[in-house]
Ligand binder design. Sequence first.
Ligand code: ZN
Length: 418
Amino acid sequence: MALYLSNAEFLDWKTHEITRTAIRVHEGVDAGIDLLDKVPDGEPSLDCSGRIVTKSFVVGHHHIYSALARGMPQPAVGPTSFVEILENIWWRLDKALDADMIRASALVAGIDAALAGTTFIIDHHASPNAACNSLHIIAEALDSVGLSHLLCYELSDRDGSERLEQGIAETDAYLRSHQGLVGLHASFTVSDDLLSRAMEMARLHETGFHVHVAEAASDQEDCLAKHSKRCVQRFADVGALELPQTILAHCIHLDNEERRLIGESEAWVAQQSESNQNNAVGTLDARAFADRVFIGTDGMHGDALAATRATYLASQSVEGLSPHDACERLRCVHRYLDQNNFRGDGENNLVLLDYHPPTPVTPANWASHVMYGLNRSHIETVISDGRVIVQNRRCTLLDEDSVLAEAQHQAKRLWDKL
Ligand SMILES: [Zn+2]
């Protein structure tokens, strides 16, 4: 099966070269596209006149489980530190999640991402009282929106051994039948025993870690106090940085030796500027590993373009990031997925942009259009694995309105439990 696009302005995501062309989009995971002089006679096609067609986007670090948190009641006493933000908000929320809430969260987060032009989500999930089957529920929900994914369950010692064993069982069961990662919360809630078991699981399933690293200074202080070493060294010592699938999220509070370790390693870093500003924890300095940084949203939304603009604005003062550098960071995740043979991010994942700027678009200035003009309102049609999953700004594979109504119901249930 193939879908034909006619009269497209095809923008190559690597070179930003623009070609006026017809496109044959093959259906199926990693099935690819062909640029054609014209659509073959007799084949129906999607007319892309006045539309820029380019590769869709990936969210490199998400927390789908937080989708029902928007506007939830706040704790009586506001958090005064990053650890209090976790303890008083996110760890209360994730403990209250059940299967129906997880499903509703994944569906609305998936719809939000798809409408923003995202076709692949790398997620980090926690639901300590409903770990069993949780990754399977999320996978099924994202599949139903038409999105590809790379999931993990957040293993941690923070909730005791019984819940940890359930998280390990879910991780192991999921990785036996799906691509995914071994999720860990962060050094300060992970014991040495858990760290070595996680490493065994990663090697068994031929994958890597997905872990928060030095998001706040307190993670480093805890690591130095308990383990007499800094966080990156701790993960390096068990071999996690030798795994090319490993994602280190945040990496804000590193010293130069840790930056050098990452720069010389196989690991990748996910940057979440908006979340870092939201939690007032600082800004990444990625100069020592700039070719291995990609962009996530940390649960705030599914919009990779918005996250890229935020990255550009936040990282200018720290790294002197240019619009071109920020675009490279947006697209770096495709290399991560490709080099690790993760499936679902092939060239047959596309967005049709209804973007009519007041100035010319050229290969040399596309990055400036991405920073100063393009946003999710321009995402008109989204093609995932060769299938149209968003058309005229509406999801095609499921009924958005009934999903939102169910999410409202589940959000009330969740908030009542908090
Ligand atoms: Zn995170």
